[in-house]
Design a protein around this ligand. Structure first.
Ligand SMILES: Cc1cc2nc3c(=O)[nH]c(=O)nc-3n(C[C@H](O)[C@H](O)[C@H](O)COP(=O)(O)OP(=O)(O)OC[C@H]3O[C@@H](n4cnc5c(N)ncnc54)[C@H](O)[C@@H]3O)c2cc1C
Length: 314
């Protein structure tokens, strides 16, 4: 087995989505040494799968698609002195300020002064709910389906049922109709639609998506492939069998802090560990994730550069 390589840096940024790219560019612009590791082959994170328009109005004064927005952010990032490590997964972080990372070359230890987690968020799966039935093919979270279709070139079934009315679910409802599929319904457990007003107008109303409020899926049917779901109406207490071959869940997002959990002591993270973008809280708008990353990167780099100067001046 080849020995583990060791590299050093002022700041390690984990994740090169909207938040990670801007944090890195802002830190490097102030003179900090920055390494950015991302487990995907290209920077941009979820932006690359968001082929719809609606990005960048706040930051660039015009609406663009996710990949166009990513391209703009990448330009700033690539012009900075940050070192970018694509296809490089951070496996763990230790309290001695080292990260163990894995890529095609093997394992590397990155020794850092500060670490910024810009790892995005995770989607709550169907199985986080008490749903009866087996686990047939044809059940995806909205983000998974979006990635499969837009980046992987894969297809789903043609009769789609959506559980949960979060933004990604609404965006995917529109996308399925555009792709010629039938969205048989979108169930929402509460008495009102979730998501942003813009998506409610542009995705649900404009595309006539049937919304069934006060309802939830209790059981999935079919094996090996999904054939339908039992929808429970909370108002009437009745159940309804809905035939569908694809179930999409849009049940909410949670910051992905899996790398940080073992570092928590007395419910607090170490002072050298920072969060931005969806890893901090779920940002509805990419501009907000970018702005937060930029602000955080600038503040951390300022402290590092100041400390280095103090050491030099002693
Ligand atoms: C479907 C969808 C539609 C949206 N629509 C809009 C819209 O219309 N307009 C708008 O402004 N915003 C929209 N947003 C919101 C916006 O895109 C996000 O808030 C923002 O892009 C999040 O950026 P991020 O950098 O926090 O996370 P991400 O983009 O998720 O980036 C995280 C990166 O970290 C990497 N990573 C995670 N763990 C590791 C690890 N251990 N090692 C290495 N790398 C790792 C991931 O692979 C990923 O590349 C949408 C979001 C989604 C999901």
């Amino acid at each position: 087995m080849s020995p583990v390589r060791v590299i050093k840096t002022d700041i390690l940024v984990v994740g090169s989505g909207a938040a990670g790219m801007s944090a890195a560019a802002a830190s490097a612009a102030l003179g900090a040494e920055v390494i950015v590791a991302d487990d995907r082959g290209v920077p941009g994170g979820v932006l690359n799968q968001c082929v719809h328009s609606g990005f960048g109005l706040g930051r660039y004064g015009k609406e663009m698609t996710g990949p166009e927005y990513s391209e703009k952010e990448f330009r700033r990032f690539s012009e900075s002195s940050s070192v970018y490590l694509p296809n490089c997964r951070v496996l763990s972080l230790s309290s001695d300020r080292t990260a163990l990372v894995s890529d095609a070359e093997g394992l590397t230890r990155i020794v850092f002064t500060e670490c910024i987690l810009a790892t995005g968020c995770t989607e709550r799966p169907l199985w986080s709910l008490p749903v009866a039935g087996t686990r047939p093919e044809g059940i995806y979270t909205a983000g998974e389906a979006q990635e499969m279709i837009e980046l992987g070139g894969y297809d789903t079934g043609s009769r789609i049922f959506i559980l949960g009315s979060g933004d990604i679910g609404q965006i995917m409802a529109r996308r399925f109709v555009q792709l010629g599929k039938t969205v048989v319904g979108m169930a929402e457990i509460s008495d009102h639609l979730g998501g942003m007003k813009r998506n409610q107008e542009e995705c649900i109303k404009a595309y006539d998506i049937p919304v069934i409020l006060n309802s939830t899926v209790m059981e999935v049917h079919g094996f090996p492939h999904l054939t339908g779901v039992t929808l429970h109406h909370l108002d009437s207490g009745t159940d309804e069998l809905i035939e569908c071959d694809t179930l999409i869940t849009a049940l909410g997002l949670d910051p992905d802090r899996s790398l940080a959990e073992d570092l928590k002591k007395d419910d607090a993270y170490p002072a050298w560990l920072h969060f931005c973008g969806n890893a901090d809280y779920v940002h509805e708008i990419a501009d907000s994730a970018s702005a937060q990353g930029e602000k955080l990167g600038r503040s951390i780099a300022n402290n590092i550069v100041k400390r280095k100067k103090e050491v030099r001046d002693v």
